[in-house]
Design a protein around this ligand. Structure first.
Ligand code: 3HC
Length: 283
């Protein structure tokens, strides 16, 4: 199946990046979010990102305008001619189920529906759509324009053809794909999230300061960001949520969330997006 038009549901941290890279790779994009205000914010973020590329002389103004011209904001009702729709709404089962329920009345037969979920079962989400064989997981990483990987997750009912279309689409965005089983945390978060959790445990036990724990992994292991900085970047709520999925689905105490991580989330210190997480971003 040739993909020409891509729908992006949710223009937050992940969705706006997905819309941007799809348009930059030549696809027509229709995008929406829960409210007009969120949608405008997401589209403005894309414009700002592309503006930065112009400033850095990576693209010229004409290219920026061409890319922006391929992205249209609209409502779910406008997704009827999309060949592939990527969902990147709030990481909550009920919200995602509701959104895919809406798509049932709109998406054309044969359209590939993909979820960018970082932790929810693809098989479970596919149970609410009309064509579960055309449902697949496409897990992008933040920041989407920079990170080279996309995990392609096949649920119990995903067809080989749908996984292939999603794989080729991700590759046409310049991404490298890996095929991953529909299992808690997929591959990346299965490894990354326990490491971040362990950093919170170490901080809680006074093994070292937050800055030193981050330096340990940056300078000792060449990670681009230390685990606590990365947690603030990803969102402490998202991290705790992913950890809870690992804990509940895999049933091992080794995934038990750090008490300190829980406390930060309870306090509303969710990371960069709230101005404070492990570190203070308010200034
Ligand atoms: N959007 C677009 N481009 C961005 C960007 C953004 N939000 N942030 C940074 N960049 C670009 C910069 O423009 C720059 O591009 P250039 O080299 O062409 O000029 C390049 O990335 C490097 O940026 P900076 O020089 O500003 O800063 P750094 O060198 O510190 O890199 C980083 C920033 C790319 C974010 C780097 O710190 C990094 O790779 N961090 C780790 C990110 C990571 O692990 N992401 C995965 C999170 S887990 C996840 O997403 C899964 C989820 O399910 C939890």
């Amino acid at each position: 199946m040739a993909i020409k038009k891509v729908g992006v549901l949710g223009l937050g941290t992940m969705g706006h990046g997905i819309a941007q890279v799809a348009a930059a790779s030549g696809f027509e994009v229709i995008a929406t979010d829960a409210t007009d205000e969120f949608m405008k914010k997401g589209l403005a973020r894309i414009e700002k990102n592309l503006g930065r590329l112009v400033e850095k002389e990576k693209i010229d103004a004409a290219k920026r305008d061409e890319i922006l011209g391929r992205i249209k904001g609209g409502g779910v009702k406008d997704f009827g001619d999309a060949d592939l729709i990527v969902e990147a709404v709030t990481e909550a089962i009920e919200v995602k189920k509701k959104v895919f329920g809406l798509l049932n009345d709109v998406a054309k037969p044969g359209a590939i529906l993909a979820s960018n979920t970082s932790s929810i079962s693809i098989t479970l989400l596919s149970s609410v759509v009309k064509e579960p064989e055309n449902f697949v997981g496409m897990h992008f990483f933040n920041p989407v324009p920079v990170m080279k990987l996309v995990e392609i997750i096949s649920g119990l009912q995903t067809s080989a053809d749908a996984a292939q279309v999603a794989t080729e689409f991700a590759q046409s965005l310049g991404k490298t794909t890996i095929a991953v089983k529909d299992s808690a945390g997929f591959a990346v978060n299965r490894l990354l999230i326990p490491m971040i959790n362990e950093a919170f445990c170490a901080l809680d036990e006074g093994v070292a300061s937050a800055e030193e724990i981050d330096q340990a992994m940056q300078l000792g292991c060449n990670h681009p960001m230390g685990p606590l900085t990365l947690a603030d970047f990803v969102g402490l709520d998202v991290t705790l949520n992913a950890l809870s999925v690992l804990y509940n689905d895999l049933g091992s105490d080794k995934y038990a969330p750090s008490q300190l991580l829980r406390k930060y989330v309870e306090a509303g210190r969710l990371g960069r997006k709230t101005g404070r997480g492990v570190y203070d971003y308010s200034k």
